[in-house]
Design a binder for this molecule. Structure first.
Ligand SMILES: [Zn+2]
Length: 358
């Protein structure tokens, strides 16, 4: 009896030590979440400077936003967690080829579903940092039940049906293979987004937080309201790099939660930071400050027109079709016709003009 107890004790002690060892060298091991049937790699890690990477989705797994990776002396900070636990899991797996250091910090640039819905894969050894507004929004269910999520993800079941129809009608092998690949990606995307349990930041800031990780200074800054009421940019002053989330993207940003006039001002504050390289939440990284001017000009144009439509009593749905931003096409070549999609931007403008937004 005594011997069995001793063996049991030794066994438990050994397992315990093994578990501690696993935690020391890496992360809390987590099971592969739903939504991870994909052909690796899911990400391309673009090296910006030593230990700093911009992780951009390849399309083999729908991740919907970029991540920024900042390696410290002992651990790694990641900006944003993508649209699903599967996306965040894939990033963490693929990051192992870049660095053996564990992820200890995840920053949510803002509360939107496509930047925070992978938070749940991170264990208690990881702090998730966001603006206090982001935490409040996620806790209130606003990342899940949002017009933005409905617009960008709500159509996935219909897309799958369409692809199934096309597959049934397709005869040649090459076309069938292409449709099957698309179907697999969309089915996996649906499985991944269905598995989301919105998980708020464990640590919040209102203005500024700075992490010193060895020689690396990492500033988390709230520069004013803009894309949402709680956007955080991650600024590396020595490396002259800033990760901007959706406050500034490579292209036009979603404006359904925008504070238009404040956003123009916040971009002005962003201009005051001393950086060369911008790592946006969507689209490719870029250098210089010209795109800050372009985005301000776009918003000024939109806001002026929105005010005119509102004053004239034009219904917002109509105004969203009539608004003409072709004057900005030199900087945003995707603009070819009047109208703004999604029309959430105009609805938001009217809500502000009606005094419904605090
Ligand atoms: Zn966003």
């Amino acid at each position: 009896m005594m011997r069995i107890r001793l063996i049991a004790f030794l066994l438990i002690a050994t397992l315990g030590t093994m578990a501690i060892a696993a935690n020391r060298t890496g992360q809390t091991p987590s099971a592969r979440p739903p939504g991870t049937s994909y052909k690796a790699p899911a990400f391309t890690f673009n090296k910006i400077t030593d230990g700093v990477y911009h992780a951009v989705g390849t399309g083999s797994l729908v991740v919907m936003s970029n991540a920024t990776i900042v390696e410290g002396d002992r651990d790694v900070l990641v900006v944003d967690s993508h649209v699903s636990p599967g996306g965040a899991w894939a990033l963490r797996e693929e990051l192992k080829a870049i660095t053996p250091k564990p992820i200890r910090w995840v920053v949510n640039s803002h509360y939107h579903f496509d930047h925070s819905h992978g938070n749940q894969i991170y264990g208690p050894e990881v702090e998730i940092i966001g603006h206090e507004f982001a935490r409040a929004q996620i806790l209130a269910g606003k990342s899940q039940d949002s017009p933005a999520r409905e617009f960008f993800v709500g159509g996935v079941p219909a897309t799958i049906k369409t692809l199934e129809g096309r597959l049934a009608a397709a005869t040649d092998e090459k076309t069938r293979a292409q449709i099957e690949e698309q179907l697999a990606i969309q089915r996996n995307h649906l499985e991944g987004t269905n598995a989301v349990k919105p998980t708020p930041p464990t640590m919040t800031l209102t203005r500024k937080m700075t992490l010193f990780r060895g020689g690396r200074e990492i500033q988390l800054l709230f520069l004013g309201r803009g894309h949402t009421a709680g956007d955080v940019v991650v600024f590396l002053p020595k490396e002259r790099v800033v990760a901007t989330g959706d406050l500034l993207v490579n292209g036009t940003s979603y404006m359904g939660d925008a504070f238009f006039t404040e956003w123009i001002q916040t971009i002005e504050v962003l201009k005051g930071l001393d950086f060369d390289t911008v790592l946006p939440g969507h689209g490719a990284a870029f250098t210089g400050k010209a795109k800050l001017d372009h985005w301000q000009a776009y918003m000024r144009d939109f806001w002026e027109q929105a005010q005119k439509f509102h004053k004239a009593g034009t219904p917002w749905e109509e105004a969203a079709k009539l608004v003409d931003l072709r004057g900005q096409a030199a900087n945003y070549p995707a603009i070819r016709a009047p109208g703004i999609t999604p029309n959430h931007a105009m609805r938001r403008a009217y809500e502000i003009l009606d005094g419904k937004v605090k």
